[in-house]
Write a protein that binds this ligand. Structure first.
Ligand code: NDP
Length: 287
């Protein structure tokens, strides 16, 4: 007997989530602001609710995946009373503060709340590569873990509902930082008419070789010990000038790489190898 589920929001991600629930045999009810998005899901057996309230009342487990926090509240605030006694799983991208606020709002309406960060693209939903981070009600997670596993590998982080959003944004930060460097690298080789496709395998090999160094940086960030015995920060800051100068000489924008140069210079000035500590200095130390 599979748990009935409701999916609110049928964008690219919501449709993938609803499809994965259908594939694993869950009675699935869907709703979307604009009609027509549910047609293909209805053909696969989904029940299409006429209103958001009808969608919520159809299932004990309500998954919402909308554009942003504002859209979540636009849809759910008017139907809040229908959430009482149900579990709300919010897979909409947002901030830790928004997650905590929505958790308080859900508690006020006597709904169990899980906030989630989807670390997958729609084609990866229902497949083993992706994962979804959850935080908030442990009881809700334990009760629905098997159902949520239909979407992607579920990983529970913490009772603080904001933790999943924090991890999600930190993981995206790592991804965007890496791709910012990738785009600069490809622009640099293309500025001398080297096809990006020809250079890409070398870039992949280099990034793959360098990636494990993040564990050294992580350990250094936690311990405060110097981590630059093999590659001193001063040497890196000196070499980095060549990267910037060459970019300018080749007519390649330095917008993606200037910030790292500035951070290396600050580390030299402050005689530290703890780049993480320099960035995090404005915040209290981690608990
Ligand atoms: P889409 O842009 O494809 O879909 C957005 C959805 O939000 C639509 O269902 C849209 O309804 C709805 N919506 C927007 N504004 C409102 C509103 N004011 N009231 C009601 N409904 C509204 O986005 P995705 O499906 O790709 O993404 C959804 C969430 O999933 C986002 O938070 C995103 O960050 C997250 N995510 C997406 C990933 C991806 O690769 N796509 C990966 C990981 C997370 P309508 O059809 O009526 O416009």
């Amino acid at each position: 007997e599979r748990t009935p589920v409701t999916v609110i929001g049928l964008g690219a991600m919501g449709r993938a989530l609803a499809g994965a629930f259908l594939d694993s045999g869950h009675p699935t009810t869907v709703w979307n602001r604009s009609p027509g998005r549910a047609d293909a899901l209805a053909a696969r057996g989904a029940a299409v609710a006429a209103t958001a309230a009808e969608a919520v009342t159809a299932s004990p487990l309500v998954v919402v995946c909308l554009l942003d926090d504002a859209s979540v509240h636009q849809v759910l605030d008017p139907v809040a009373s229908t959430l009482t006694g149900r579990t709300l799983v919010n897979l909409t991208n947002g901030t830790p503060a928004q997650a905590r606020e929505t958790a308080d709002w859900a508690a006020w309406h006597a709904a169990d709340y899980l906030d989630g960060g989807i670390m997958a693209t729609p084609p990866l939903i229902g497949r083993p590569e992706g994962f979804i981070l959850y935080s908030g009600s442990r009881t809700a997670f334990d009760a629905h873990e098997r159902t949520l596993a239909a979407l992607a590998r579920p990983s529970y982080l913490h009772s603080d509902p904001g933790r999943a959003a924090l991890y999600d944004l930190a993981l995206l930060s790592g991804m965007y930082g890496m791709f910012g460097g990738v785009y600069h690298a490809l622009a640099l080789v293309r500025s001398e008419r080297v096809p990006a496709k020809e250079f890409a395998p070398l870039l992949e090999a280099w990034l793959t070789a360098m990636l494990p160094a993040l564990h050294i940086d992580a350990a250094g960030a936690d311990s405060g010990e110097r981590t630059d015995a093999d590659a001193s920060i001063a040497m890196q800051a000196t070499g980095y000038v060549n990267l910037l100068d060459t970019s300018r000489a080749q007519g390649v924008s330095t917008e993606m790489v200037e910030a790292m140069g500035a951070l290396l210079n600050r580390a030299v000035a402050e005689d530290t190898s703890d780049l993480v500590g320099l960035l995090a200095a404005e915040r209290a130390p981690a608990k």
